[in-house]
Design a protein around this ligand. Structure first.
Ligand code: G
Ligand code: G
Ligand code: MN
Ligand code: NA
Length: 255
């Protein structure tokens, strides 16, 4: 309860919140293709609280809505700073939980984000899990369509861990699939992971979707992904999530 109170105060004040950015690379060219924004929280009494702890708490308590708004503002402001400094930031992905996706003013909030920080189309995207999109297909499609119109791309996060039929992929305007890291870790170890990789990359090709591998930690995993022509790579092997300044210093070149 004390932690929830502290998180509520943080959501109101914004103090102690920051964003880490993890790079996403094209394996063949080595070029930077994106970044994932990941919220971080440090509190004077509780110290650094891991997102594995405070994100579920935020979802249960509803605080994910004000925290998500804070995150969007932090990302928007950061992108505007980088653009003003003559840097060329890649597209940045923001994770959305179900509650955030289904809030009625999401599209207005995102439109406001683009306008406030004068972001170029395509600068922001979202990562959603399958379970978020499953219940109400048609409403989900309408919201995704509106986000796409604003210039956002849409990735299905943790792809392959849901229980869904795959048919929803045909009906929803998504742009990419992020293979869950449990498959990536299984590569070279379990035949099942390789079989799933083959199936998912085949499906994605048929549907015209990008495939992103997340959680890539070893050269062996990278090589296995190459065999299935998965070229978009994110993971500790190619780059950990780091604070904005470190991200810019390491990855952003002047235009
Ligand atoms: O950031 P890792 O570094 O530990 O993130 C742990 C989990 O928290 C992941 O599932 C990630 O998607 C989620 N997460 C991180 N930042 C955010 C955020 O800003 N919003 C939401 N909804 N989830 C986030
Ligand atoms: O659920 P989501 O995919 O949004 O989770 C993002 C989380 O994955 C973040 O906590 C990030 O720190 C973590 N992550 C990123 N790369 C790796 C990796 O190579 N290995 C592991 N174990 N976690 C990773
Ligand atoms: Mn994610
Ligand atoms: Na994921």
């Amino acid at each position: 309860l004390a932690l929830e109170t502290a998180l509520r105060n943080t959501a109101e004040s914004g103090e102690g919140l920051s964003v880490h950015y993890q790079p996403l690379f094209d394996r063949d060219s080595g070029s930077l293709q994106g970044a994932e924004a990941l919220l971080r929280w440090t509190h004077p009494d509780f110290g650094t609280v891991s997102p594995g702890e405070f994100i579920p708490l935020a979802e249960r308590s509803g605080l994910i809505l004000p925290l998500g708004r804070r995150l969007m503002q932090l990302v928007g402001g950061q992108l505007r700073d980088w653009l003003d400094a003559g840097l060329a930031p890649p597209r940045v992905a923001i994770n959305l939980s179900a509650r955030q996706f289904w809030q009625s003013d999401l599209v207005a909030e995102v439109a406001d984000l683009y306008a406030t920080y004068r972001l170029p189309a395509g600068q922001i995207g979202f990562e959603l899990t399958e379970s978020t999109l499953l219940d109400k297909h048609q409403q989900a499609a309408a919201t995704l369509e509106a986000l796409r119109t604003l210039g956002c791309y849409i990735a299905i996060d943790d792809f392959g861990t849901g229980y869904s039929s795959l048919s929803y992929l045909q009906e929803l305007p998504v742009t990419s699939l992020k293979l869950d890291r449990s498959f990536i870790h299984g590569l070279g170890q379990s035949r099942g992971s390789t079989a799933i990789l083959a199936a998912v990359t085949g499906l994605a090709r048929e549907l015209g979707l990008q495939v992103v591998a997340e959680g890539v930690e070893t050269e062996a995993q990278l090589a296995a992904l190459g065999e299935y022509h998965v070229t978009l790579i994110q993971g500790f092997l190619t780059g950990r999530p780091v604070p904005a300044d470190a991200f810019a210093a390491a990855y952003l070149a002047r235009e």
